[in-house]
Design a protein around this ligand. Sequence first.
Ligand SMILES: [Zn+2]
Length: 298
Amino acid sequence: MAIEHTWHDILWREWHHTQDEDYAEQIYFALTKDNISQPDPTDVVQGRPLLPEVEAALRQGLRHGEALRKFWGRRIRLLDKAKTDYLSISRSTKDLNHVHWFRRFVARHILFEIGGHAVEALEEVAYGSNGFTAEEARWALYCIAADTTARLSAAPESWMCPDCWVGCGPLWIDRPWRRDWQFYGCRTCRRSHQLLHRTEAMVAVLDNKAKGFTVKDGVIRAQWFTRRTLFDFDRVEILRATDEEVERFAVQVGNDTDAVRRPRYPTIHCTIAPECQLSTNTLRILQNSFGHVEQIPL
Ligand SMILES: [Zn+2]
């Protein structure tokens, strides 16, 4: 059902389930002032809504309720501002236990916003000695798992990390004495937000006069010379490179131990621009590295 119809139910469910009494009071106060009645007490209360659902419900509530606007309008603006500022994992994990409920509220939502990058810090708090903070950290972890699974699990490899140029994959949230939770993020750094979406190929380009990457029509073209390290790709284009440079790239491919990339190499096409003259030895190395190597004729 659309959020226009469910926002008050979501907020009542959050009020019902949260362990944070001050925060529960704030939700209760705003909803009752706006005469938004509680669900029938005989109804079965569904589970706690996810952090992004609560945020969406609060934003929707601002359009409908005067008290919600009055009490929550500024707070949501502050949350938005906090999201555009530097997102500090250590400050936010510390703030889960802040003396003021609003700082605790912002911390939960910021940690969810950071997503995969915050998992390690949250894992530490989630099984620490402070019961209240641990509960909140476990909830943020659960929300990250649910959100990334919903967004990324259908085709994780089509979501690329703009830092590592590596696709997403299944990762794990450690729960020492229970079954681990699965979430999705960059296979190298665990990033799960602001990813690049490729619907077509990821091309490794070797052009010693170019750096960076471009995204056009679903194709990402990433310049190996930017960092001279490996990343995910399904095609290689050698435009301008010396024998030595190409050999260095091929050696990296030969030594690659990444379980996702390794099986792909025998099927990868590598094209060489007509003006890029490589030695027979370099061509042989490329043929040993990739499934198909072709020099485009002049
Ligand atoms: Zn990454």
